[in-house]
Write a protein that binds this ligand. Structure first.
Ligand code: 0L1
Ligand code: MG
Length: 255
């Protein structure tokens, strides 16, 4: 019997096997339906004992939105086991991983669905540099919006640098800049404002999206606010590093 959409994506994630877009192999569906499939997928991991660590915003840069022909970002759910916590990234355990430099925030309080942007910002306890490893389960990273949302927005792994208390004295979050280096070579750089104009606006999008879905951001959750530069393909042996002007650095050793 043919596997369901969620079973197909789950197997592709679990066994790191690339698949054809489920909107082709199964049926066309809406972005709204796709969030339903994403929820089913995450519930499956939760039933197996996984725990939610937070959320990630995706397609946050104007370029990527134009490329995808959309005008809104998307979000995925982060699970605790995605956190590398300093261990090496086994490239072969994924399909075609790419690294993105991001700014992560950690919440010290719940954010009510109707909280103002000022109240939302007050809930941020800490901030850190981060590397998100994305790994679309679709062949050649080619997908439609519903496909990628159902695939939990390509979420795979992440590494967080040292958490600093937020706000950082004398530095606005929008003044942060990042450099993405692979094996010491500068591959891309950009300002925090590349993310929807500000990582705070990205967090706001996350808050509003969750409100629409009938849930909310909670104390202790971390949010990857979105890629500041293009994502770079990784190979075994690569050392990925993100340097920032105000948050220090974070790195991942690939094996
Ligand atoms: O984190 C991201 O911005 C990626 C979201 C999904 C799109 C992709 O896989 O490139
Ligand atoms: Mg990302």
């Amino acid at each position: 019997m043919k596997k369901s959409i969620v079973d197909t994506i789950y197997a592709a994630q679990k066994y790191a096997q690339e698949i054809t877009k489920v909107t082709e192999t199964h049926k066309a569906f809406s972005v709204e339906d796709a969030y339903g499939y994403q929820r089913e997928l995450i519930d499956r991991y939760l039933r197996e004992g996984s725990k939610v660590s937070g959320y990630k915003m995706g397609l946050t840069s104007r370029e990527k939105m134009v490329q995808m022909g959309v005008n809104a970002p998307i979000y995925g759910v982060l699970l605790e086991e995605m956190d590398l916590k300093g261990s090496p990234l086994a490239v072969k355990s994924l399909i075609h991983p790419k690294a993105e430099p991001e700014i992560a925030v950690l919440l010290k309080a719940d954010v009510a669905p109707d909280a103002s942007i000022e109240e939302m910002e007050k809930a941020i306890g800490w901030i850190a540099p981060a590397i998100e490893i994305i790994d679309s389960r679709y062949k050649d990273f080619k997908f439609t919006m519903p496909d990628v949302v159902a695939d939990n927005c390509s979420s795979a792994k992440y590494e967080i640098g040292e958490w600093l208390s937020y706000p950082i004295k004398g530095v606005h979050i929008n003044e942060i800049t990042v450099k993405l280096l692979i094996n010491g070579e500068l591959k891309a750089e950009g300002p925090a404002t590349a993310v929807l104009g500000s990582p705070l606006l990205s967090l706001r999008e996350q808050q509003l999206s969750l409100a629409k879905a009938g849930t909310q951001l909670k104390k202790g959750q971390l949010i990857l606010t979105g890629a500041i530069t293009v994502a770079m393909m990784l190979a075994p042996g690569d050392l990925v590093r993100v340097d920032t002007n105000h948050l220090g650095s974070v790195s991942i050793q690939c094996e």
